[in-house]
Design a protein around this ligand. Structure first.
Ligand code: ZN
Length: 145
């Protein structure tokens, strides 16, 4: 929620262009999702109105980063194309589900229920949200940060 207006670059407007703002934040190495000022629920994908209560008052907040793997898929690719790829559905501790990748394990080694932590990976100015498997089993233990 800080004002990081950079003089060199026009900022995407957080309220009117939520998807563009979300990506611009990722490109800058930051990860934010929306939370409804009306009902308090977190919202993902970025949008202009709350899907739960219809309020337009969506705030941008930084999630704890913790999540749990809900479902996993291995996308088969030839080694020349980068090899097999993990695609996972992740339930964030904030209560929203998103599709991403667990990048620090072999695709077959990612299992349902695995605790993961988010990380923004910036490659050539393009930000991507990925997850790393962690051994912690208690969401409550680190959510406080
Ligand atoms: Zn709401």
């Amino acid at each position: 929620m800080s004002d990081q207006a950079t003089p060199t670059q026009p900022q995407a407007r957080p309220q009117a262009q939520p998807q563009a703002y979300y990506q611009a934040e990722l490109d800058a190495g930051r990860w934010q999702i929306q939370r409804c000022g009306g009902c308090g629920q977190h919202v993902f994908f970025p949008r202009v109105g709350c899907p739960h209560c219809g309020a337009a008052a969506l705030d941008w907040v930084t999630p704890s980063g913790g999540g749990t793997v809900y479902a996993v898929t291995t996308v088969r690719r030839k080694p020349a194309e980068g090899g097999d790829l993990n695609v996972s559905l992740i339930d964030l501790d904030e209560g929203v589900r998103l599709m991403s990748r667990v990048v620090n394990r072999a695709p077959e080694a990612v299992t349902i229920g695995q605790r993961v932590r988010a990380r923004v990976q910036v490659t050539e100015g393009q930000g991507l949200l990925v997850f790393e498997a962690i051994d912690d089993v208690s969401p409550a233990a680190e959510g406080a940060a």
